[in-house]
Design a protein around this ligand. Structure first.
Ligand code: NAD
Ligand code: UDP
Length: 330
């Protein structure tokens, strides 16, 4: 295992996409350990509510900007996390050209900043780089089965291009770049209308609406709780030396969508029925990370079982979906 380096001094860390679901948890964790955080976000899919509790924090700064237009930052930064990109299929497909430009131009702008500032750089890439995988579970050396012409290409191929930029900058000695490939992650602060499976099913169950399952429901996914993911992100950013290879971060527990729906119906007492809808084009059949590399290099593995993480996420959605208490004192 490589050494984790943090000398205890306050560092300034830029989190692009810091007002999003994962980004806001990362901002929390960095502030908690004493770092200064600059959050850059366009609020495309993120929310001000996610960072509102941080707005008056003395070590937090918010810059509303699209990373495609970001040219410079008026203060030194030591590390840059690039999480800026819509992650949910309905959102990243709503403006696919912008998604691709966010991955390529946005990552390019942030890499140029990292080069100028000699800041370490971490890209939030995705298991989608494996496409509809022919190898199972997915190891980092699997090159993937991705369509470059389908509706998911703006995201899958955008992230693949962003990874290529990172490794070119690293090989050229121009920036200290690190790449994580994130598998489905869930938890509090997902948007209720995010469109991904866990938020959809939980919101539907809590609202008494039918649970929508696309296709037969026999496709599989592996679900990682957000606090586990954030620990993996900071572990890779802080490890020394830079391993120079992409690292899968995800929970290897694998569930069919039907199994997930059954678990959710056991946790949320609900009269919701299940309805089956057509499977979206290019929807991957199976997904499970091989996390041996993260275990070896970082000593990282997820700790939160799906049942426990789902309960925390149910509690969150229940709190934001609850009707306001009209009798409550002002
Ligand atoms: P999210 O949509 O909640 O967060 C993305 C954030 O980036 C949002 O705050 C959004 O407003 C911001 N953003 C998008 N485009 C931008 C742009 N051009 N300029 C500035 N800000 C922009 O998604 P998330 O689930 O928090 O995902 C965070 C990152 O992790 C993404 O890069 C995503 O690709 C990656 N990832 C997430 C998952 C997952 O399951 N959550 C899986 C794989 C990869
Ligand atoms: N899915 C589903 N019902 C929904 C939303 C998604 O059955 O309401 C399916 C989707 O087709 C996919 C799986 O659940 O097979 C995971 O979808 P998600 O969008 O969460 O993630 P991704 O496909 O990007 O892994």
């Amino acid at each position: 295992m490589l050494q984790r380096v943090h000398d205890g001094k306050t560092r300034t860390i830029l989190v692009a996409g810091g007002a999003g679901f994962v980004g806001s948890h990362l901002c929390d964790a960095l502030l908690l350990r004493g770092d200064r955080v600059i959050c850059v976000d366009s609020f495309l899919t993120g929310s001000r509510t996610n960072v509102r509790p941080l707005e008056n924090h003395p070590r937090f700064r918010l810059i509303e900007e699209d990373v495609c237009r970001l040219s410079d930052i008026d203060e030194p930064v030591h590390q840059i996390y690039n999480l800026a990109c819509a992650a949910s299929p309905p959102f990243y497909q709503a403006d696919p050209v912008h998604t691709m430009m966010t991955c390529v131009t946005g990552t390019g702008n942030l890499l140029a900043l990292a080069e100028r500032q000699k800041a370490s750089f971490l890209l939030a890439s995705t298991s989608e780089v494996y496409g509809d995988p022919e190898e199972h579970p997915q190891r980092e050396d699997y090159r993937g089965n991705v369509s470059c012409t389908g509706p998911r290409a703006c995201y899958d191929e955008g992230k693949r291009a962003a990874e290529a930029l990172c490794f070119d900058m690293l090989r050229a000695g121009r920036a200290d770049t690190r790449v994580v490939r994130i598998f489905n992650t869930y938890g509090p602060r997902m948007q209720p209308n995010d469109g991904r499976i866990i938020s959809n099913l939980l919101v539907q169950a809590l609202s008494g609406d039918p649970l929508t399952i696309y296709g037969s429901g026999e496709q599989t996914r592996s679900f990682c709780f957000v606090t586990d993911l954030v620990e993996g992100l900071t572990a890779l950013m802080d490890v020394d030396p830079n391993p120079g290879v992409p690292v899968n971060l995800g929970n290897p527990g694998e569930f069919t969508i039907n199994e997930l729906a059954t678990m959710i119906r056991a946790i949320v007492p609900s009269s919701s029925k299940i309805v089956y809808r057509p499977l979206p084009q290019d929807d991957p059949l199976r997904r499970r990370p091989d996390i041996a590399r993260a275990q070896d290099l970082l000593g990282w593995e997820p700790k939160v079982p799906l049942s426990q993480g789902l309960q925390k996420t149910v509690d969150y959605f229940a709190s934001i979906l609850a009707p306001p208490d009209l009798c409550a004192a002002p």
